[in-house]
Design a protein around this ligand. Structure first.
Ligand code: MF3
Ligand code: CO
Ligand code: CO
Length: 272
């Protein structure tokens, strides 16, 4: 097994799958308010997928050793790091929630993106965590160009996160994506510059750092999916799917409602 390189047709298909995943997040944004249950968010996502002719990649997803995942999306609230299962419990003012959307198109291409939502006004600490985690993702994205290495991405994220007194979760990582949900490479959110696989045009993978206010340690809940911080501190995550271009990167999971990139992101000159 090795890293797949997408040709022009594959890149076009990935652009479409990824834009649709992002549009699903746009569609639910006005609804993420105090009182809504995460199961209702899940239903709205399912509707938004159906309206766009795509389906959820997560319903029934069952890697070896796991029970089938029940949700159309993951909804991870407060101390939930990732893989939170949508439930009937209403969100309350001050909660933070990650909604992670992975869609698959009828021709079998995957798009994967997640955002944080603040439910009503959140605490200063929670808002800071969400904003810094988004910045960390973008710092990782900005490392992406042919010739860079995976360790450059991980290092940029880790250095920034730890420099702000926060911690990077180690057990979960970004991943190659294309005609499979999870493919090579593993994109760690920590590491050493100049190490790991070299990036080449046509690779598509996610960058999706999970960042905790407290210690990096996690534990799995008895449902076999939900991951929480061991010390119960708040955790945040943002995720984009990116393409390595001849000159740098293209963020594929963008749509009209995407939150703007942080001001430090200069973006890429268009490829000629
Ligand atoms: N979307 C997640 C990721 O970014 C994976 C979710 S798998 C699930 O890789 F089964 F929990 F939904
Ligand atoms: Co995801
Ligand atoms: Co992912």
């Amino acid at each position: 097994m090795s890293i797949t390189i997408k040709d022009a047709a594959g890149i076009a298909a990935m652009r479409q799958a990824c834009r649709l995943a992002s549009e699903v997040l746009d569609a639910i944004t006005p609804h993420v308010r105090p009182g809504i249950a995460t199961l209702e968010i899940d239903r709205l996502c399912a509707e938004a997928m159906a309206a766009r002719g795509v389906r959820s990649a997560t319903v029934g997803y069952q890697p070896p050793g796991y029970p089938p995942y029940p949700g159309h999306v993951c909804t991870s609230v407060n101390q939930v790091v990732c893989h939170g299962i949508p439930s009937g419990k209403p969100l309350k003012k001050g909660d933070i929630v990650n909604v992670d959307v992975t869609v698959v198109t009828p021709d079998g291409w995957y798009g994967d993106s997640s955002r944080m939502f603040e439910v009503g006004p959140a605490s200063i600490a929670a808002r800071r965590l969400c904003a810094l985690t988004c910045d960390a993702m973008w710092l990782g994205i900005e490392q992406v160009r042919p010739g860079a290495r995976l360790g450059d991405i991980g290092h940029a994220i880790q250095k920034f996160v730890e420099g702000h007194g926060l911690s990077v979760v180690r057990e979960f990582c970004g991943h190659g994506i294309g005609q499979k949900f999870h493919e090579e490479p593993q994109v760690l959110h920590y590491g050493k510059p100049g190490t790991g696989e070299e990036l080449a045009p046509g690779m598509t993978f996610t960058i999706e750092p999970m960042v905790n206010i407290g210690r990096p340690d996690i534990k799995e809940q008895p449902d076999g999916w939900t991951i929480v911080t061991r010390d119960r501190s708040l955790s945040a995550q943002w995720e984009h799917t990116v393409l390595v271009t001849p000159t740098g990167y293209e963020v594929l999971t963008l749509s009209e409602g995407s939150p703007p990139a942080p001001a430090f992101v200069k973006g890429m000159a268009p490829a000629t």
